[in-house]
Ligand binder design. Structure first.
Ligand SMILES: [Zn+2]
Length: 415
């Protein structure tokens, strides 16, 4: 049995997704013969409550230079980060000449809001071409991984920070103790660490198992984050649910005793107890629901195919790799996947090798059914696809349940 990455006790594996390729490993046809596979399994630590992958893939296999992810491509996310930055500025940067640090600052989508307001800031971004894109926009960026050493380097040059931020990056870091060692060096006595990640409560509620893939080592709850913070003399002082990424949580952590925790912390901790997020039995049931979801999705796609309908995938997301491989959905069921990312077009999807084509192909070839892999962007997509739906096109979704959306049904997943 594997050891917990946080507390080293034994974790209880609760779901095995089977043989899985790298989620973001879109490949050219000639690369198919040496594709890398591993066993994707997820487990729960009964001691510190952290849900996590039971085996980690060598990071060298995960990061591809051929197409880095640039956050600023999505206008919805840009607006989300503007609001996130504004919230941090109002609450935590009242001191004279404040300093804000971001771990995994990407192309500066968050920090540009601080830069524009004249707030001192340092982005820490290990991906060289992404860090360069941020610098070109005037965002002060250090091309490093964030750890104790990087924290000392920043502290020596700029002093201690009022706020250290993260967004969809902390769950990608296997050694979270190194992050907290860095925070201990870098945070002022009243400084805060604010981060947002997909929330375990949403994953359990919606059985959104496609959040599970190689780059997401951890699936956080208030229980697990509180336990982690306590190990480092810190505490959870505030939490705010967010609708992005299929349901996320914003956590605020500070040194023990430096801030009074808000009522939301106790409230959502209690809700987690009611929803069983601190109990192993919940995850055994989740595994059964994941199997049932797979059977329902494959059954529906086969039925539609049997009616002579052409099915296309919508959005070649990392999440879709878990769905297609776990369910065994290949080109026999899904003709192609359309995606707007140029670096993925002309390639094959990982593992099951469905061709990835430009969005224009979706519009021109008019499939009957679109399997919505990018369900977390459903509201934007459905608003853009009124013509497809008015012409009889149907969307199939699988979160929170497998169903067809015809032109009259709306879709809510964040409720
Ligand atoms: Zn643990």
């Amino acid at each position: 049995m594997a050891d917990c990455l946080i507390c080293t006790n034994s974790i209880e594996p609760f779901h095995d997704f089977g043989r899985m390729p790298i989620a973001n490993g879109f490949l050219r046809p000639e690369q198919v013969t040496d594709e890398f596979f591993f066993e994707l399994k997820v487990g729960f630590c009964p001691s510190c409550k952290m849900v996590q992958l039971t085996e980690l893939v060598d990071p060298d296999k995960l990061f591809h230079d051929d197409y880095a992810y640039f956050s600023s491509i999505s206008t919805r996310m840009a607006e989300h980060f503007r609001q996130y930055a504004e919230w941090v500025r109002e609450k935590y940067t009242a001191a004279a000449d404040p300093l804000v640090i971001e771990v995994g600052s990407n192309d500066g989508i968050m920090l540009r809001n601080f830069s524009n307001a004249g707030v001192r800031h340092v982005g820490v971004e290990p991906s060289a071409n992404v860090a360069q894109a941020a610098r070109e926009q005037g965002i002060n960026t250090l091309c490093e991984f964030f750890n104790e050493e990087t924290a000392r380097q920043i502290c020596d040059e700029y002093g201690q920070a009022d706020a250290v931020l993260g967004a969809n990056v902390i769950c990608h870091i296997p050694d979270l103790h190194s992050i907290f060692a860095g925070l201990d060096v870098l945070l002022k006595p009243t400084g805060v660490f604010v981060f947002e990640e997909p929330y375990l409560g949403d994953i359990v509620e919606k059985a959104s198992y496609d959040q599970v893939y190689d780059e997401h080592f951890f699936y956080f709850s208030l229980h697990s984050v509180r336990s982690l913070a306590r190990r480092h003399g810190m505490e959870l002082i505030d939490v705010l649910p967010q609708s992005v990424h299929g349901g996320s949580m914003r956590y605020v952590i500070a040194r023990q005793g430096s801030h009074r925790p808000t009522a939301s912390v106790a409230e959502i901790l209690n809700r987690e107890i009611d929803n069983g997020l601190a109990h192993a039995a919940t995850f055994v049931r989740l595994s059964e629901r994941i199997d049932a979801s797979r059977d329902a999705l494959v059954g529906l796609l086969q039925e539609l195919k049997g009616q002579g309908k052409r099915i296309a995938g919508y959005g070649a997301t990392s999440k879709s790799t878990t769905v297609t491989n776990f369910c065994g959905i290949g080109p026999d069921l899904v003709e192609f996947i359309s995606d707007t990312t140029p670096g993925k077009q002309g390639k094959l999807s990982p593992g099951v090798h469905i061709p990835v084509v430009p969005y224009s192909h979706f519009a021109e070839s008019r499939p009957d059914v679109a399997l919505l892999f990018a369900w977390n962007h459903a509201s934007e997509i459905l608003a853009n696809e009124t013509a497809f739906r008015a012409g009889g096109g149907q969307f199939v979704v699988y979160v929170p349940e497998v169903r067809i959306l015809d032109d009259k049904t709306s879709y809510r997943h964040a409720g």
